[in-house]
Design a binder for this molecule. Structure first.
Ligand SMILES: C[S@@+](CC[C@H](N)C(=O)[O-])C[C@H]1O[C@@H](n2cnc3c(N)ncnc32)[C@H](O)[C@@H]1O
Length: 363
């Protein structure tokens, strides 16, 4: 497979116009990032008293996939930057160092950010579902890996649009949990793919959809953003690729998934599907085994989308939604806690809308 055919690719970090690590070789950057994670042990983000565990490694994997880029929007001397759902706050801290004249704010529901940060970086406990974020107008708003966190991510995009200065940028970096394979090595009942479908159902049952990545571009445009770009990257599930860089990324991805599987399943399958802990443990035995099967050439897609709020006086044509939202149930049918509606129905046309390239390349 020609991995270079997908997304914006830079053969060296120094070629990436916005790379935050410019002076070292790809290999040493990649390795040092993962060594750092290893030395400090794996920690998990915790959202609302333990409901949102997420291994930190995944953020490092994305950074390597993007050749050290922390953002793709064409920023010019931004002064006010916001990172919604900042988690460990690493992105915000790196941006504070990269743009010393900017004021970077990271918001999250959980106070898990470090205390010692650059002077121009601050963290605020804040729920992005709130209508008003009580912030000055912003130059750049960033979100990363917020799948499964919101009932309707379009609201976050709309609120971001309101809080940006004219000409300001928003960018989202998301993983699409769906598993893809181009060469027929993945059977329809491959246990990991089946786990992803189960997780998806559980997430829909609790009303927080996972598959937001491939809809972001459309949602940005519907919110009023212009100059909207989408780049799609492939991330192998395990170390099956021949390409050494992607083999390494796959190896770390596999470890990350193996480590996260139990926590993700316990969290969602108990709440969303009413499974017991024992049922989940038995189910995961086959899923774990399949994750490490290198004869299956499976991968995820990572979407990066960025768009600009129109400048004052710039004429734009608003785009209307192409699908009809579901009709609300009659009031007497609403039972608290039951029949949670799928707030974002999946749209089968979205796959065709992406600008993804190279999915049928030979290995
Ligand atoms: C998977 S983590 C991503 C962390 C970070 N964006 C990164 O890439 O390093 C998701 C984060 O979103 C936060 N979050 C979830 N719902 C939120 C909300 N309504 N408002 C603010 N943060 C939220 C969680 O607490 C968690 O830290």
């Amino acid at each position: 497979m020609d991995w270079r055919a997908v997304g914006r690719q830079y053969s060296r970090p120094s070629q990436c116009p916005f790379a935050l690590t410019r002076s070292r070789s790809t290999k040493s950057v990649d390795q040092s990032i993962f060594d750092f994670v290893r030395e400090n042990g794996r920690t998990y983000h915790r959202y609302q008293a333990g409901l949102y565990p997420f291994p930190n490694d995944q953020y490092e994997i994305l950074k390597v996939l993007f050749k050290g880029c922390n953002f793709f929007a064409p920023l010019k001397d931004p002064r006010k930057i916001l990172d919604i759902g900042t988690g460990s706050g690493k992105w915000a801290i790196e941006m504070g160092n990269y743009f010393p004249k900017a004021e970077v704010t990271g918001t999250d529901l959980s106070p898990i950010q470090p205390e010692w940060v650059p002077n121009n970086v601050k963290f605020v406990i804040d729920d992005a579902n709130e209508e008003d974020w009580m912030l000055d107008p912003l130059d750049f708003i960033h979100t990363r890996l917020l799948l499964g966190c919101f009932e309707d991510f379009r609201e976050v995009i709309k609120t971001s649009f309101r809080h940006l200065k004219p000409g300001g940028w928003m960018e989202s970096q998301e993983i699409m949990p769906t598993v893809y394979c181009d060469d027929g090595t993945m059977a329809a009942d491959w246990p990991y793919a089946e786990w992803v479908r189960t997780q998806d159902q559980a997430a829909m049952n609790v009303g927080k959809p996972m598959r937001i990545a491939n809809k972001l571009k459309r949602w940005y445009e519907q919110a009023g953003f212009v100059d909207v770009h989408e780049e799609v990257f492939k991330l192998p599930i395990n170390s099956w690729p021949k390409d050494p860089q992607f083999k390494m990324l796959g190896r770390f991805n596999e470890t990350c998934y193996l480590d996260g599987l139990q926590a993700w399943s316990l969290q969602l399958f108990t709440r969303g599907l009413s499974w017991t802990k024992d049922e989940i443990e038995v189910y995961l035995v086959h899923v774990r085994k399949s994750l490490s099967d290198r004869s299956v050439h499976a991968y995820n897609k990572i979407y990066v989308v960025w768009g600009r709020k129109p400048r004052e006086g710039e004429i734009t044509v608003p785009k209307e939604p192409t699908w009809a939202p579901p009709a609300p149930p009659p009031v007497d049918e609403i039972v608290p806690g039951a029949n949670i509606p799928e707030t974002i129905p999946d749209d089968p046309t979205t796959e065709a809308e992406t600008t993804e390239r190279g999915t049928n390349d030979a290995l």
